[in-house]
Design a protein around this ligand. Structure first.
Ligand code: AMP
Length: 406
């Protein structure tokens, strides 16, 4: 039976994919082509804890797609794939949910390129290659922005002239939608409450990081905006800065908007503050050995995160749980502890032992008795994309029935 969905996340220099077994709802094979565009491009496949890497014949997306399909054939998986799902960062205001790809959908994704010039063109390359290599399969686009299309006007507007919104799409869109939807689905299961009745504040903390408020199962606010630069301190992104910075750096250093944007995206965040690394785990190790920059970066990360979470509480109302997810959210007991320390006046406290236990794939409640619930959930964006793909391709009828954990 064809019960597999291939999930593709195509970046400008990478192609990440997972073959999801929809019956077991887990990946049977994952892979990553890296350094596309450079001479030493290679592809890695991981299956059953076994990892193999090959150099690519050409350092481009087509060669990566060819190597992936060759490998799928060799493993006997090709015949089982019934549909392909693509992660697409920006769906503008048009896409409020995932969509079955056809010419009209492709044209709309193209129209969103000006909103995500770093991401959408790469996704389109991946989609076009996949349409060629899997021409007889239904294909679906799942948008990072779609979940946040329920945000009310007071959350999504910037206080700028309305023409900028109406004519140029200048508004807050929000990202990490697939991660938040998965967190919501898991929270409904764990709390045994329907999604539509849940109020949550959720922190997705990976290399990119954001928080979101969910009320009655819908996104009502989030920290990322027009682009993924707004909001929290991230691996290499600054998060919130005064927009006056652009003019200041132009006056002081003759810096162009493009140069300042590059600094804010690539040299800021944990990397900029620490002068050492964008990687939270490395910074924790360095901080433990007394590295001042690492301590400074982690402290600012947690403080900014706590301030944003507090803001999202306004949007979410009386919450059922605060959720940590993403590489840092799932693994860093230190970041969770420091962040919750800042949030003590708002009714949060951790159970230190439960907090320490939630790393490397373990998830569960980590709050102390009497605290508002705090939950760690392992992110699974691929599964969410695969579920949407299976549903839109007519492979399944998805129902999310909350079931209590024993
Ligand atoms: P992601 O983008 O979701 O893969 O998350 C990547 C981030 O998670 C990096 O900053 C990693 O350093 C961080 N991370 C992964 N494992 C740990 C860990 N055990 N402790 C602290 N941070 C971690």
């Amino acid at each position: 039976m064809n019960s597999m969905v291939l999930v593709i996340n195509c970046g400008s220099s990478s192609l990440k994919f997972a073959v999801m077994d929809m019956a077991a709802q887990r990946p049977v094979l994952v892979g990553l082509a890296e350094k596309l565009g450079l001479d030493d491009a290679f592809i890695t496949f991981k299956q059953d804890d076994e990892r193999i890497s090959f150099p690519l014949s050409h350092p481009d997306h087509r060669a990566a797609m060819q190597a992936m399909t060759d490998h799928l054939r060799q493993c006997g998986l090709m015949e089982s794939i019934a549909a392909v799902g693509h992660r697409v960062v920006h769906g503008g205001e048009v896409f409020k949910a995932s969509a079955l790809i056809d010419d009209a959908v492709l044209a709309e994704i193209e129209k969103c390129v000006h909103l995500a010039p770093l991401h959408n063109p790469a996704h389109l390359i991946g989609i076009h290659h996949a349409l060629e290599y899997f021409h007889d399969l239904p294909q679906v686009a799942a948008f990072d922005t779609a979940f946040h299309q329920t945000m009310p006007e007071h959350a999504y507007l910037y206080a700028v002239p309305m023409e900028l919104y109406r004519q140029h799409g200048v508004r807050r869109y929000g990202f990490h939608g697939s991660s938040y939807r998965y967190a919501l689905r898991e929270a409904a299961r764990i709390l045994a409450k329907p999604e539509a009745e849940l109020a949550l504040v959720c922190a997705h903390l990976g290399n990119g990081a954001s928080v979101a408020a969910i009320r009655a199962g819908q996104s009502v606010d989030t920290s990322m905006g027009l682009t993924p630069l707004e909001g929290l301190v991230m691996g290499t992104r600054s998060g919130d800065v005064d927009p006056g910075l652009f003019n200041h750096l132009a006056d002081e250093m003759g810096m162009s908007a493009l140069q300042t944007t590059a600094i804010l995206n690539k040299q800021s965040g944990l990397l900029g503050l620490s002068g050492l690394s964008s990687d939270c785990r490395e910074l924790e190790q360095a901080a433990a050995q007394g590295h001042a920059g690492a301590k400074r970066a982690l402290e600012k990360f947690c403080y900014q995160l706590a301030k944003h979470l507090a803001g999202q509480l306004v949007a979410a109302g009386a919450i059922d749980a605060l959720i940590f997810t993403g590489g840092i959210g799932e693994n860093s007991a230190w970041v969770r502890a420091r962040t919750i320390e800042w949030m003590a006046p708002l009714g949060f406290a951790l159970n230190p032992a439960a907090n320490q236990d939630c790393t490397r794939g373990a998830s569960g409640f980590i709050h102390a008795e009497g605290s508002l619930p705090v939950l760690v959930i392992n992110a699974n964006e691929e599964l969410m994309i695969a579920l949407d793909t299976a549903q839109l391709a007519g492979l399944t009828q998805t129902t999310t029935q909350p079931v209590a954990l024993s």
